[in-house]
Write a protein that binds this ligand. Structure first.
Ligand SMILES: O=C[C@H](O)[C@H](O)[C@H](O)COP(=O)(O)O
Length: 264
């Protein structure tokens, strides 16, 4: 989807790196992917040499990982250790020559940069529509600073408010039983629970950890997020859910009027 940028002046609203990405002529259309890149480049300004970095997953985080690789190659960043949040990011970072490690060797992460599927006004998130929520939550709950990068389409009034999926990673064993228990937890919010599938044959999507994903859809708000989180995690068969509550320290939003940086 292309987003028109009729009156945007890059140098007033964005940093120089991001400004370089913006169209020079007001009639040029800037794409949603450009917005993701602008947010990602801004986040990478927070990276310092010597840091242990959580490397996020998804189409927005991919730009941040690319940029980190580029700055390492140029010698502008040194001694970075990356902790990837998925097999896909692991492969991307390897191909860029970013030195990698894991939480066993580096249990404290200085900074993580990742995308999100929803961001509410309190900086609570939904993540995992790409299927990587569990490793993301492990890495991002171990970090001192967690910067979330989104285009403005991800902003919602309340968690679940996009009408799109809130993913829950479940073990494969009797997943229908678990999906039904999840649905019943949120019956009053008009919840529908669906197994995530892919391809023409509708095969179950399997996470990097060998689990399935049940996507929850809500007709209306389910209220107390902490209570919902606790209730989901109490179900045997659930591994983790995609609500990231009170975890983001900064959210960078690239939107029609430029970049907004929201701090906790
Ligand atoms: O599982 C995927 C991750 O949580 C992503 O960070 C999230 O889905 C946002 O992805 P994207 O930047 O592609 O919209």
């Amino acid at each position: 989807m292309a987003i028109p940028y009729p009156h945007f002046t890059a140098t007033e609203n964005a940093d120089m790196d991001a400004a370089l990405l913006l169209p020079s002529s007001p009639s040029v259309i800037i794409t949603q992917d450009n917005l993701k890149k602008i947010a990602a480049y801004k986040a990478v300004e927070y990276v310092e040499s010597g840091m242990v970095l959580g490397l996020g997953t998804g189409s927005t985080a991919k730009h941040a990982v690319d940029r980190i690789g580029e700055l390492l190659r140029q010698g502008e960043l040194k001694d970075i250790v990356g902790i990837p949040t998925s097999k896909k990011t692991h492969e991307q970072a390897l191909s860029l020559g970013i030195p990698l490690s894991d939480l066993d060797s580096h249990p404290v992460v200085d900074l993580a940069i990742d995308g999100a599927d929803e961001v509410d006004p309190f900086l609570n998130l939904v993540k995992g529509r790409g299927g990587s929520l569990l490793r993301e939550k492990m890495v991002e709950s171990a970090c001192k600073k967690f910067i979330v990068i989104v285009d403005e389409s991800k902003l919602v009034n309340y968690i679940g408010g996009s009408g799109l999926a809130m993913p829950v990673e479940v073990i494969q064993f009797c997943w229908k039983f678990t999906a039904e228990r999840l649905r019943r937890l949120f019956e009053e919010a008009g919840c529908v629970a669906k197994l995530r599938t892919f391809g023409e044959k509708d095969e179950p999507f399997v996470t990097d950890n060998g689990n399935f994903i049940v996507d929850l859809y809500f007709e209306r708000s389910f209220g107390d997020l902490k209570a919902a989180s606790d209730a989901i995690l109490q179900l045997a068969g659930v591994v983790e859910h995609g609500m990231f509550l009170d975890m983001a320290t900064t959210v960078i939003v690239a939107g029609e009027l430029g970049l907004t940086v929201k701090n906790k």
